[in-house]
Ligand binder design. Sequence first.
Ligand SMILES: [Zn+2]
Ligand SMILES: [Zn+2]
Ligand SMILES: [Zn+2]
Ligand SMILES: [Zn+2]
Ligand SMILES: [Zn+2]
Ligand SMILES: [Zn+2]
Ligand SMILES: [Zn+2]
Length: 462
Amino acid sequence: MVRSLAQWTKTLSFPARISPNKSSKESVNIHQVSPTITPTLSNNSLSKNNEINTMMNNNHSSLTEVNQIYSDPESEKAIMSSVVYCIHHKAGCKWSDELRKLKGHLNTCKHDAIPCTSKCGAQIPRVLMEDHLKYTCPQRRTRCEFCNKEFTGHSLENHVGNCGYEPLYCENKCGVKVHRRHLSQHKIGDCSKRLLPCRYCTKEFVADTLAAHHIKCGRVPIQCPNRCDVNVLAREELETHLKEECTVSVHSCSFKEAGCRFKGPRYAMEKHLEENCQQHLTLMCNMVSKQQHQISSLKSALSRLSLNYSGTLIWKISDFSAKMAEAKNKEGMELIMSYSLVNNRHPLFPNGNGAGEDSHISVYIKILPGEYDALLRWPFAHSVSFTLFDQSTCPEKACNIVESFIPDPTWKNFQRPSREPDSLGFGFPKFVSHEMLKKRHFMKDDTMFIRVKVDPSKIVAV
Ligand SMILES: [Zn+2]
Ligand SMILES: [Zn+2]
Ligand SMILES: [Zn+2]
Ligand SMILES: [Zn+2]
Ligand SMILES: [Zn+2]
Ligand SMILES: [Zn+2]
Ligand SMILES: [Zn+2]
């Protein structure tokens, strides 16, 4: 390639030792070169100085033309032998030699800029040309590393940051990498971190928490478990529906406590109540009188209990035959007398219990938790006796039945009771046989008396 002199003459300089052997007439002062002088090459009448200047400044001249300028071979030789620095001396080139060798040097001078060979218009130092052509020249041919399409360097700059095939991390931090061209579709359609409205309650949730929300969302439609005529209802409405609206869910009659056994759906309940006023009233009356009876017997039991501090109870069991009849029908029926001083409870089974069932009355003692347990001595170790009184009019002839025991302190039911309900009792399953009850005068006016005696000594531990 032919390079124009103008490109390097502007900075051309000669060392001070230039032309030391030449006559002053032939010496050349290159330092006087002025870029403003633009004579034409064809003008041979110019002085030699000017001829040099011309050579240095004309864009179309080349160093080879210097040969033609000088008609005097001696002068030419002298000029061409002048020692000069490289035109890139200031840029750092250390080269210095005869002018004739400058051209050769510039072909290899690292500091010599030449126009980009791809014609992008830039002046590129020779040493950097390869890099320029490869990486920075706007005219270079290159491929996008993502889509593999070919671009010029210039158009690649516009393409970078827009390439549809560049993999990018989703901005929602879902951890997924997708091609740029699919990114917006991903964010709308697939991203696990996108916001989605619950299709039942319309509140917005991060997509990957939506399934967990659906499990508890109150607006999720469900079917009534009774398969009533309401097809679908929101989960949060089910409870109210079953209680108040469902035509199929079964309810007990509100007179259940009084003894009505009717059960049915709500719509049938209204009818039942309407049609059974009389029966319900009767049930209520029965219940009231039964409760009245219970209240008065509780009252009398209470008055008897509050009189007793000695550890001895007389238990009056009236209407015994009725109780016995009831006990025969009702399995495990027990009459209970509580004796709060030592937390005892004395169940009596009129129709027997365990080994005495159907043939004897059974009596037991049970230790129950009480308010003063902390003050009492444990285990319970007081002897207990049950006495069935013979109510003979003649006391001398009377013959009571007595059974007693001393508690075994290792037995767990005599330990301080916990709050657990109903520990086992201890007592006599065959206290008195039904046969025996009929003999003597144990029963008078359908009433019998049993004394329960707990030895009260050393009850309190402190
Ligand atoms: Zn150089
Ligand atoms: Zn270029
Ligand atoms: Zn691309
Ligand atoms: Zn995403
Ligand atoms: Zn919801
Ligand atoms: Zn229903
Ligand atoms: Zn009823």
